[in-house]
Design a protein around this ligand. Structure first.
Ligand SMILES: Cc1cc2nc3c(=O)[nH]c(=O)nc-3n(C[C@H](O)[C@H](O)[C@H](O)COP(=O)(O)OP(=O)(O)OC[C@H]3O[C@@H](n4cnc5c(N)ncnc54)[C@H](O)[C@@H]3O)c2cc1C
Length: 452
């Protein structure tokens, strides 16, 4: 018989919805009982509220307000900010590193929770490496600067703006692609007035979906509504159009036609975290950790998985969708089950059972769409419900207050067009200029744009 450790170590990898909420629930279940060590290891010291990423990307929200510090969300849990590099399942040790060049850290576990999330799927479309992604806070900050820069550049051009400079393409029209396009059209319409030269040529938007319709997460009627809203704003919605190839300056469609563009964002699904491929655990055909209904790995009883990196069967045997609302609830069941195992007593583990209470999408311009329980909502009311729901989900009162203040300010003032300098004197152009002034070989004669 296996003896239970007196002071077991539960190590959780990842501080997203799955990881942080597992730690919180464990803290609750073990309140007043110090005989458990909980450790969370994650590469960022913040928890990202992904549904707010679109507004963080357009500047409606200060990007810092779409995240919250992990350390302030947890009480007795040890937090380690580090990149997980490997797991030695024989020795039951996690190998991580705070930053490149620093020493490796080894963290021993008795029970391991994998909550490492996923990455944008770049394996479906050839040339995906030329597209931008929209998954992390850094992606959102970068994308906002990039879009503003496209307008600054177009405004600095001569009378003719180069083709594709103000053409914005989003590949993938699931929840993420549609919400991104909604917020982007709102942002671009609003900032255009500051760019009198650029706005002589209207910006062009394309939303491209391989499947037969947009928003497969929602009912057809609601998806049609969203499509209508975007089309009214001038978005070209291409459905049944699997992109053949992405090139640095264009998107190739299945009929061979091309959309010339300098901005391509890939939102064509989620692939498992690449680290999972190195784990000798049973996986599904997509490469996610295969668990049973209690969220325990099918091949290692001391390993658990949840969220986007796990394949958790529903009662019909189909994997649950990769959504935050699921990861949150999986966390509660997983923490209860680990507690059961660690406290012994032979209690039966609880299976994860959840039926979605609805899905909402914000479409920018105070518009949204979705279903809550049985009620279908559209337009302003859907947008309001969306905001209220995600505000209520944001941990900590201080963050909620900051978000409400940001939203209130955004109601009365236009979008900010300050382009934040992400590089300082490490910017590639600064280095090129320094090279020029130090007498290094001058580049070939450049074409001069004359501004009338
Ligand atoms: C833009 C966007 C909008 C979304 N909107 C919604 C929505 O409205 N509703 C909804 O239900 N779902 C939404 N989702 C999906 C939702 O965000 C995911 O399903 C959810 O985040 C999954 O939680 P998770 O804990 O599995 O992974 P994540 O939240 O992705 O967390 C994974 C964690 O692991 C860390 N990590 C990864 N690799 C390593 C490593 N090697 N070392 C250390 N740390 C590592 C990451 O930094 C992160 O903290 C959205 C997703 C995106 C991208």
């Amino acid at each position: 018989m296996k003896t239970l450790p007196a002071q077991p170590n539960v190590v959780i990898l990842g501080a997203g919805f799955g990881g942080v909420y597992t730690a919180r629930k464990l803290e609750k279940l073990w309140r007043g009982d110090p005989h458990l060590n909980i450790t969370v290891v994650s590469r960022d010291n913040f928890f990202l509220m992904t549904p707010l990423l679109f507004e963080a990307g357009s500047g409606v929200l200060d990007p810092r307000h779409a995240v919250t510090p992990v350390r302030r969300m947890l009480d007795r849990t040890r937090f380690v900010e580090a990149e997980v590099e490997a797991v030695d399942f024989e020795r039951k040790v996690v190998v991580a590193r705070h930053a490149p060049g620093t020493e490796q850290i080894e963290i021993a576990y008795d029970q391991l929770v994998l909550a490492l999330g996923g990455v944008t799927n770049t394996k479906i479309i050839p040339g995906s490496e030329h597209a931008k992604t929209f998954k992390t806070l850094a992606d959102a900050i970068y994308f906002r600067n990039y879009v503003i820069d496209q307008f600054e550049h177009a405004d600095a051009e001569g009378d003719v703006i180069p083709p594709g400079m103000l053409t914005f393409v989003v590949v993938g029209a699931g929840l993420v692609g549609v919400e991104l396009m909604g917020e982007l059209t709102s942002f671009v319409k609003n900032i255009c007035k500051h760019y009198p030269r650029a706005r002589r040529q209207p910006a062009e938007f394309h939303l491209i979906e391989a499947g037969p319709r947009i928003l497969p997460e929602m009912e057809q009627e609601l998806a049609d509504y969203a499509k209508g809203v975007l089309e009214k704003r001038g978005v070209h919605v291409h459905v049944g159009t699997p992109v053949k190839e992405i090139k640095p300056d264009r998107v190739v469609l299945p009929d061979g036609s091309e959309i010339v563009t300098e901005t391509i964002v890939l939102a064509a699904g989620v692939a498992p975290n690449p680290l999972l491929a190195t784990f000798p655990l049973e996986k599904d055909r997509k490469g996610r950790i295969a668990t049973d209904a209690t969220l325990r790995s099918k091949s290692d009883p001391d390993v658990w998985a949840l969220g986007d990196c796990a394949s958790i069967p529903d009662p019909a045997g189909k994997p649950y969708p990769q959504l935050a609302q699921h990861a949150l609830r999986e966390a509660k069941v997983l923490a209860k089950n680990i507690t059961c195992v660690l406290r012994g007593g032979g209690q039966k583990l609880e299976p994860f059972l959840y039926e979605t209470m609805g899905t909402l999408a914000a479409l920018g311009h105070f518009t949204g769409v979705g279903k809550v329980m049985w009620a279908r909502v559209r337009g302003f009311i859907a947008w309001w419900v969306w905001r209220t729901y995600y505000l209520s989900q944001m941990p900590r009162f201080e963050r909620k207050l900051r978000i409400v203040l940001d939203w209130t300010v955004a109601l009365f003032f236009p979008y900010d067009i300050v382009k934040l300098d992400l590089f300082g004197d490490k910017h590639p152009t600064t280095r090129a200029n320094a090279r020029k002034s130090s007498g290094a070989a001058a580049p070939e004669a450049e074409q001069v744009v004359k501004i009338a």
